[in-house]
Design a protein around this ligand. Sequence first.
Ligand SMILES: [Zn+2]
Length: 314
Amino acid sequence: MRKIKNLLSIPFGSNLIFRSFEKILQKSSGGYILSFHDLSPKSFEAQVECLKPCIPIALDELIRRYKSGKNIDNCFAITFDDGVETTIKENWNVCKKNNWPVTFYLPTDYLNGNNLPFQKIQLLENSLENKIYELPSILDKEQKQITKSKLITYLKDIIYIKDYQYVKKYLDFFLGLIPKKSNIKNYDYFMPKAIDWSEVKDISKNELSSFQSHGVTHTASSALSQNELENEMIESKELIEDCTGQKVNSFCYPYGSKKSISELSISLASKHFDYSTTLLKGRLRPNLNLHYLPRIDFYEENTNSFVKMKVLLS
Ligand SMILES: [Zn+2]
């Protein structure tokens, strides 16, 4: 009886149980791409460490092995999206210390001083007065009045599917209604600074790092025309290559969800890049489209047990 109790008390995070479940579910123990956004170096390091004996290898190397049908058990790749300065610098130090290759996906407009759409929504959510807003006629929404909470929900929805100008009109209108930057508490928390190009250049000298394209404006690819998509892909690629002197061969679709990625964007990505990543969950199973690769995403609050369970079930 005690034996059974002891067994039951072993948390799911235990390596023994983790490996046994892998066997039962007939999962190999590697072959996936991790996706991180904003998280502390402490959580990041713990989450990667807990996947041992699987170890991180360079994304390029993982895809090269995958393409040639080689074994990708026991390895995975680390990617960070969006280019927030503190996130990159702090987590890059963790990668350097542990000898972990890492790929950073950069939206180039953000590095050029324009905060990302979802950061602006965060700022609005935290600094708009809680009341009913009259919508001006430039915002072509059927209803003419909207509460703050409905507005925020609406904005969070449209960034996944609408083009840059449409989203910008809304954001600019409401950003015009909030207090001045200096009067907003925690402004830098909601609108974090992007990494500088000079810092990108510096980090890129170390071959453990790779900087790749996350577009220019961080607009959902499905909302863009052929011309706009090609501009997003070519411009970001050239800017990053000019800075690092390294080849940009990978694209990460902004928002990465099914509704944010069109057939057209997949075909254009295959023209300009060697492979492209999404936020659809999964491992690198055989016969995937190289321009629609799944990843497994983790966040600050995810415990080691959760990380292992999610990898197991992906
Ligand atoms: Zn992103």
